[in-house]
Design a binder for this molecule. Structure first.
Ligand SMILES: [Zn+2]
Length: 439
């Protein structure tokens, strides 16, 4: 591994500086660096490779996703650990948490270690497996949380995502159990009885279209319960994909109490509304559903003020045949890794709600802390691991899923112009993406 000198990068969006990478770490940040700093590089006297950021590209810590569906093992027709981590690298990510709803379910040390090893072999992005809360995601019996925590994968995030841990006693036990190893339960908040047969957000549009509605209270009632349970047992809970203004109020209240509650929002819930369901295009079918404009604005505000801790993609790849059908039969979910940063730039940065340092916090530092992931989400400083993303915020392009690195194409942004492009991604000093292309 040689030295890499990035010239004229706006570090966290600030004034242009030079950044020298030596081996796996950031060696120096300053102006007028020559690449000779610190003596010969890790591989001897080879001169540093120079990347010109032209005084306009922005350098951030590599992004961290708390919520990715990599689908392997079991649904390799939609994604594999390799294709999913390639998509992550293209999107500027250096670490992703792989959700447990695979086949078999990641509810044992054996399965989480398998996913963890596949991540190591991919080389594009660190993969941190999420363990299931209950055996088979069935909500009846706690999975082997301790064994997964002690495994080589060192699982710290547990989730039945896709399904809600709706039994209050099971949820309480899980919250108590994870305290032993500083873990967290990430809840997919969806009261099952209130959402039976639900097809979209419950509101004006669902009434007009005659589709079964998915009320906001189905999400909010579970969040309210879990906040209280976490406070009661002194544990920490993380709320997946917050989608309503009411959910924001609940998390804001919990934080005001000093309780250890964190929350994420997806890029699509920051941009899209249930008006899109009028098209009956199943690409807009997602769980939780797209909500109203008022919800979108409340979510943006909450991400800006820190009530919502982070952006998580809920990258949910599906093969063509599961999405290209009538609305009622279509699978729920959207791919998101390759467009997340552009959607956040569009909704949060270009609107003035968040600066680039804020993006680094919400898309890298905070998710790394919530997941207890060492080596990611670190400050940009000499001596820190060189997990980095260099992006061009001035770029404008139209989303074309044919060019995706993901195996699936179910993006809601096809044909839409979005700002920004990942120019380069570095995983421990190795470029995984250069000039927008996988290396
Ligand atoms: Zn979910």
């Amino acid at each position: 591994m040689s030295k890499i000198l990035i010239r004229g990068a706006k570090v966290l969006g600030g004034e242009p500086q030079d950044v020298l990478i030596d081996g796996e770490t950031i060696a120096a940040i300053g102006t007028g660096l020559s690449g000779e700093e610190g003596g010969p590089g890790a591989d001897g006297d080879t001169p540093a490779t120079v990347i010109d950021a032209e005084g306009r590209m922005v350098l951030l810590p590599g992004l961290v996703d708390l919520h990715t569906h990599l689908r392997e093992p079991g649904r390799e027709d939609s994604e594999t650990v390799l294709t999913g981590t390639r998509a992550a690298a293209v999107g500027g990510y250096t670490a992703v948490h792989a959700m447990a709803n695979t086949f078999p379910v990641a509810d044992t040390a054996g399965v989480v270690e398998q996913v963890w090893r596949l991540g190591k072999e991919s080389g594009y992005c660190d993969v941190q497996p999420v363990g299931a809360v209950t055996v088979g995601l069935e909500g009846k019996q706690l999975a082997e949380l301790g064994a997964m925590a002690d495994s080589a994968a060192q699982v710290r995030v547990f989730s039945d995502d896709g399904k809600c841990v709706d039994d209050a006693v099971i949820m309480r036990r899980a919250l108590e159990y994870v305290k032993a190893f500083d873990g967290v339960v990430a809840q997919h908040a969806q009261e099952p009885r209130l959402t039976e047969g639900a097809q979209m957000n419950e509101g004006t549009v669902s009434g007009e279209l005659g589709l079964t509605g998915w009320p906001a209270v189905a999400e909010e009632s579970i969040i309210a319960r879990d906040i209280l349970l976490a406070a009661h047992v002194g544990s920490r809970v993380h709320i997946c994909h917050l989608s309503t203004a009411g959910s924001v109020e609940l998390v804001r209240w919990a934080k005001s109490k000093g309780w250890d509650v964190t929350a994420e929002v997806t890029p699509h819930h920051l941009l899209l509304t249930d008006e899109l369901v009028r098209t009956y295009n199943p690409v807009y079918k997602v769980n939780p559903p797209l909500r109203t404009e008022a919800d979108v604005l409340a979510l943006r505000e909450a991400l800006a003020d820190g009530t919502i801790d982070c952006v998580a993609t809920d990258h949910a790849p599906h093969p063509h045949e599961d999405k290209d059908c009538e609305w009622a039969a279509a699978a729920m979910g959207m791919v998101g890794l390759e467009t997340a940063l552009s959607v956040v730039q569009h909704t949060m940065v270009d609107t003035g709600l968040l600066d680039w340092a804020g993006v680094a916090d919400r898309m890298s530092a905070r998710p790394a802390v919530i997941g207890r992931l060492a080596g990611h989400g670190r400050p940009l400083a000499a001596g820190e691991p060189a997990n980095l993303v260099l992006l061009d915020p001035a770029y404008r392009g139209v989303v074309n899923p044919a060019g995706f690195a993901s195996r699936s194409r179910n993006t809601p942004y096809e044909g839409r112009e979005l700002p920004g492009r990942v120019f380069a991604t570095f995983l421990r000093g190795q470029a995984t993406v250069m000039d927008g292309k996988l290396t």
